[in-house]
Ligand binder design. Structure first.
Ligand code: AGP
Length: 605
C-alpha cells in the first residue's frame, strides 16, 4: 500500500532514496516520484509506471540535493497517472508531501479548502493533505502546521514532508501506517519498512502512533510523543542478504526455498533439549482458556483455518476463525474466557488491526502471531509470538504462511502440554515427526522439474479447482489463492466433500482439478472424489504420499510428498502448490513478485 523513503545527509540523495524505494516496490507499483531540496529550491519528478520509468525520466537531470523523499504508489484515490503520483505540492509550491494510507474525510476538507479559494491538480486525498498543511503553514511553523492538519484528518497515514524553507529537514508522521527512521552518522533515513534502509544502517527507531519526527543529518527531534513512547534505537538482526534475491530469479522462489530453514529455526526456538515446548506468553492464562478465536486476512486467514484443525486435535479447545473485515462489523460476541489470536505477516493489515481494536475494547487478551518486529499489531496486542521468517518481499506469501502454521502447530502442542493432555512420550513422538518436516520439504524441491512440466501442460486451462479434505482443505484454499494472485487464472478452493454439492457441475475436459490426496484417514473419500472427476472427463493433478501406487493408475500428473502424519501434511502439500503457482506464472510471463493490483501489506480497509 505505497512505499515511502527519505534521506538527509551528505551522500547522493537521489541514489539513496531511489535505492531504498526499489526495495519497497512490492508495496505498490503503479506510479512513482521523488522530491528533493537544493538550496531553497524544491523540485519534484514523478511519472506513471514503475521506478524504472522514474529513473529514465530523472536520468536527464543533474540532481544535487540536500534532502529527498520518494514514493511508489498503489492507487486508492484517482487512477495511476503522472498527476496523481506522489509527491504532491501545497498551493505555494514550498512543501512536498508523500503519503501512505487513506484520508477518509478528504472530500469535506477539500470542499472547505475550495471555499477558501484553493485549487487542486490531482484526484488524490494526499494533495488535499499537502494543501491543508500549506494552509496552516501560512500562520505557524511547519511542525505545528502538520500537527494541526493531523487533528483535522481521519484515516490512516504515514507521511514524509520536505520544504524549500528548511532544505535539510524531513518531517515524518504516522498514524496506523508504518514508518521507521534509520539512524546513520551525519545522515538519517526514513522508510516504510526496515528492509529498505538495511543496506545503510541497522539502527532504527519505530515512529509511534501520531508521533512526529523532525529528521536532520545531525539530529532527530520527536514531537507529540506519549509519555511511554521510547526513542532508543533498535538493532535489526537480519541481514541485507535476507532482503535480496541472492541469485534466485524471483523473491517468491527464494522464499519458497527458504522454508526448510524457517521451519527448523522456529522449532529450535521453542523446543528445549528435553522436548518441552516453551513460549514467552506468561501474561496469558492458557490453562483456563475455554475457546479460541482467530482473526486474520488472506493467506494468514488460511493459516488460522489450519490452526483450527491443529488446536482442536491436539488441545481439544474449540476454535473459531474469522476474516478481519467480517469480524469487526458482525457485532461479535467477545467472552473473557476466550483467547483471541491475530495472525499477520506484516502486522500492518488494516482489517486485522481493526478487529484487534474491537476486541481490545472488551479488555480481553490478544496474542499476535506476526513476522514484523515492532509493527502496529505487535504493539497493540497483549503478547506476541514472532514467526521470525525474515523479510518476505514477494507479494504472494509463501514462507510467512509456513512460518505461521509452524507456530500454530507448536502453540497447539504447547496448549496440550500446559493442559496436561499430552504425556511426555506423546509430545516427544509428535516432535519427532515434526522435526523431519524441513528435510521432507527439501525432497519436494527435487521434483521442481516435474512440477514445472505439469505447469507447462496445464498453463492454458481457463479455470482450476483445488480440492482438499480435513486439514488440507485450507491448503486447497491457499493453493487456489496463490494461483489466482500471480497467474490471474480463476481458481477456487473447495473441501473435496463439497464437490458433489455444486462444483461438480463445472467439471468437463477443459477443467483442471488439483487434488490433495495424501495418505490419511480420509484418503478413500478423496479417491472417490477423484473418480467422480475422471468419470466427467475432468483433468486431474494429484499430490499423493510417496509409495502410493494407486494414484499413478489415475494420472501421470502426480507429485509425491514424503510420509508423515496427516496433521503435519499441510507443511508439505502447501510447498507443492506454491511451486505449481510459481511455475505457471513464470511460464505465462507475469511479474511474479509484483502481481497486478496487489500490494504486500494492505494498510487500508
Ligand atoms: C498473500 O499471498 C496475500 N498477498 C494476502 O492475502 C495477505 O496474506 C493478506 O493481505 C494478509 O497480510 P498480512 O499477513 O500481512 O496481515
Amino acid at each position: 500500500m505505497c512505499g515511502i523513503s527519505g534521506y538527509t545527509g551528505g551522500r547522493s540523495v537521489y541514489n539513496i532514496i531511489i535505492n531504498c524505494l526499489e526495495s519497497l516496490e512490492y508495496r505498490g507499483y503503479d506510479s512513482a516520484g521523488i522530491a528533493f531540496t537544493a538550496g531553497n529550491r524544491l523540485s519534484v519528478i514523478k511519472c506513471k509506471g514503475r521506478i524504472a520509468d522514474l529513473k529514465k525520466k530523472a536520468s536527464t537531470r543533474k540532481i544535487n540535493a540536500q534532502a529527498g523523499i520518494a514514493h511508489t504508489r498503489w492507487a486508492t484515490h484517482g487512477k495511476p497517472s503522472s498527476l496523481n503520483a506522489h509527491p504532491h505540492f501545497d498551493s505555494s509550491g514550498r512543501i512536498a508531501v508523500v503519503h501512505n494510507g487513506i484520508i477518509e474525510n478528504y472530500i469535506d476538507i477539500k470542499d472547505k479548502l475550495l471555499e477558501k479559494g484553493y485549487t487542486f491538480k490531482s484526484d488524490t486525498d494526499t494533495e488535499v493533505l499537502a494543501v491543508l498543511i500549506g494552509h496552516y503553514y501560512e500562520k505557524m511553523a511547519i511542525e505545528k502546521a502538520i500537527l494541526k492538519a493531523a487533528e483535522d484528518i481521519t484515516g490512516s497515514y504515514a507521511i514524509g514532508v520536505i520544504l524549500s524553507d528548511s532544505p535539510e529537514k524531513i518531517i515524518a508522521m504516522r498514524h496506523d501506517s508504518p514508518l521507521v527512521i534509520g539512524i546513520g552518522v551525519h545522515e538519517n533515513f526514513m522508510a516504510s519498512d526496515v528492509s529498505a534502509i538495511l543496506k545503510y544502517t541497522n539502527k532504527v527507531i519505530y515512529l509511534q502512533d501520531k508521533e512526529l519526527a523532525v529528521i536532520s543529518p545531525e539530529r532527530i527531534e520527536f514531537l507529540n510523543s506519549k509519555p511511554h513512547d521510547k526513542h532508543l534505537p533498535v538493532k535489526i538482526n537480519y541481514t541485507i542478504e535476507q532482503a535480496q534475491k541472492t541469485g534466485f530469479k524471483h523473491f517468491m522462489l527464494k522464499e519458497i526455498y527458504e522454508q526448510p530453514k524457517v521451519v527448523s529455526n522456529i522449532l529450535a526456538g521453542h523446543i528445549t533439549s528435553s522436548d518441552k515446548i516453551h513460549f514467552d506468553i506468561s501474561g496469558l492464562d492458557i490453562k483456563n482458556i475455554k475457546e479460541i478465536t482467530i482473526v486474520a486476512c488472506g493467506t494468514a486467514y488460511h493459516s488460522g483455518l489450519v490452526a483450527k484443525y491443529i488446536i482442536e486435535e491436539f488441545a481439544r479447545i474449540p476454535v473459531n476463525v474469522d476474516v478481519g473485515s467480517e469480524f469487526r462489523y458482525r457485532n461479535p460476541i467477545i467472552k473473557d474466557d476466550t483467547l483471541f489470536i491475530a495472525i499477520s505477516q506484516s502486522g500492518e493489515t488494516a482489517d486485522t488491526i481493526a478487529a484487534v481494536r474491537e476486541i481490545k475494547k472488551h479488555k480481553v487478551p490478544i496474542l499476535a502471531v506476526c513476522n514484523v518486529l515492532g509493527s502496529t499489531l505487535t504493539r497493540e496486542s497483549s503478547a506476541t509470538v514472532y514467526t521470525n521468517a525474515g523479510p518476505e518481499i514477494s507479494v504472494a506469501s509463501t514462507k510467512a504462511f509456513t512460518a505461521q502454521i509452524t507456530v500454530m502447530y507448536l502453540l497447539g502442542l504447547f496448549f496440550a502440554q500446559e493442559k496436561g493432555i499430552f504425556s511426555k512420550t506423546r509430545l516427544t513422538s509428535e516432535l519427532n515427526i515434526f522435526k523431519k518436516i524441513p528435510n521432507q520439504q527439501k525432497e519436494i524441491f527435487k521434483q521442481s522439474r516435474k512440477i514445472n512440466a505439469i505447469a507447462k501442460k496445464y498453463l492454458n486451462f481457463g479455470a482450476f479447482l483445488f480440492l482438499g479434505r480435513n486439514i488440507n482443505y485450507p491448503i486447497a484454499l491457499e493453493g487456489a489463492l496463490k494461483l489466482k494472485e500471480i497467474s490471474y487464472i480463476p481458481a477456487e478452493g473447495y473441501a473435496s466433500g463439497e464437490m458433489k454439492h455444486g462444483p461438480i457441475a463445472l467439471i468437463d475436459e477443459y477443467r483442471a482439478v488439483v487434488c490433495i490426496a495424501n495418505d490419511s484417514f480420509v484418503f478413500d473419500k478423496v479417491l472417490s472424489n477423484i473418480q467422480e472427476i475422471l468419470a466427467r472427463k475432468g483433468k486431474i493433478i494429484v499430490i499423493a504420499t510417496e509409495g502410493n501406487r494407486r494414484m499413478t493408475e489415475f494420472t501421470k500428473e502426480t507429485v509425491f510428498i514424503s510420509k508423515t502424519n496427516n496433521v503435519y501434511a499441510p507443511l508439505l502439500t502447501t510447498v507443492v502448490l506454491q511451486m505449481f503457482a510459481y511455475y505457471v506464472a513464470v511460464l505465462k510471463g507475469f511479474d511474479v513478485d509484483k502481481p497486478r493490483n496487489l500490494a504486500k501489506s494492505v494498510t487500508v480497509e
